[in-house]
Design a protein around this ligand. Structure first.
Ligand SMILES: NC(=O)c1ccc[n+]([C@@H]2O[C@H](COP(=O)([O-])OP(=O)(O)OC[C@H]3O[C@@H](n4cnc5c(N)ncnc54)[C@H](O)[C@@H]3O)[C@@H](O)[C@H]2O)c1
Length: 247
């Protein structure tokens, strides 16, 4: 079950963090994985790490907020690999860095950065990739999202949460347009993950499973949504959060 042999998966922002775990789990299920990142060295190192496990992986550098760069990358990938069967939009934290900014101090340029990556990046990639998925009658679009879209963290995440909520609205509506073509569009809502300092302490307080989430937790859920067996799951947001929010 959940095998992905013969499928090609593109994962954005996969040079490190959750995205790398997603790429690794997809490749372990047999997919050929394209490790995208803003930074060429991260994309190449990620792909190399997978190849060292005897998995099929290639690096692809592109800024997901740059529409032209995304279209060029997709064109090359389709020419080289024949298809992109699974697209995971994982890149969601701007490469230029970010901080917690209370709303009243946050400049519109910061709101734009979150929206450009989490919403427009996803939409650019979907417009580039979907025609080929629809033509083949099979595809999986999966957006990595966050519980910040549906909670009041009080941690200066207004613009981030708003951008993530917008991406969920997009995924839900998209699912209604692509399902009839054999393509599904879903999202994951992540809780506190283990790649930042202090996360273990927060997760112990908020999650009923007393640890922060790992890249492999994310990858396992994505393998399911990407698999042929998840054909009837469409337009959904799957929480992967250790039980910290249960509705
Ligand atoms: N870490 C958490 O606690 C947490 C919680 C909830 C949701 N999430 C979501 O999980 C996803 C991954 O987060 P992470 O913590 O692994 O991030 P990360 O910062 O560790 O890694 C993200 C990668 O994306 C790349 N990237 C950034 N901007 C890019 C762009 N424009 N084009 C291509 N690549 C780009 C970065 O270079 C980096 O390698 C994000 O969507 C984030 O919102 C994370």
């Amino acid at each position: 079950m959940f095998r992905l042999d013969g499928k090609v998966a593109l994962v954005s922002g996969a040079g490190r963090g959750m995205g790398f775990g997603v790429a690794q789990m997809l490749a372990r299920q047999g997919a050929t994985v394209i490790v995208n990142d803003f930074f060429a060295d991260r994309a190449e190192a990620g792909a190399e790490a997978l190849r060292s496990e005897d998995l099929k992986a290639f690096g692809a550098t592109a800024d997901m907020t740059d529409r032209e760069a995304v279209f060029v990358m997709v064109k090359h990938l389709l020419a080289d690999h024949g298809s992109i069967d699974v697209f995971v939009h994982n890149a969601g934290i701007p490469a230029q860095g970010w901080g917690y900014t209370p709303f009243l101090e946050s400049p519109p340029s910061e709101w734009d950065a979150w929206l450009q990556l989490n919403l427009h990046g996803l939409m650019h990639a979907c417009q580039a990739i979907l025609p080929s998925m629809i033509e083949r009658g099979w595809g999986r679009i999966i957006a990595v999202n966050s519980d910040a879209a549906r909670t009041a963290t009080g941690m200066g995440l207004c613009a981030y949460g708003a951008a993530k909520a917008a991406a969920i609205g997009f995924i839900r509506n998209l699912s209604g347009e692509v399902g009839r073509h054999g393509v599904t569009a879903n999202a994951l809502s992540l809780g506190t993950m283990n790649n930042w300092e202090g996360s273990a302490q927060i997760a112990r307080k908020t999650a009923s499973v007393k640890r922060a989430g790992s890249p492999q937790d994310v990858g396992a859920a994505i393998v399911y949504l990407a698999s042929p067996e998840a054909e009837w799951v469409n337009g959904q947001v799957l929480p992967v959060n250790g039980g910290s929010i249960v509705c």
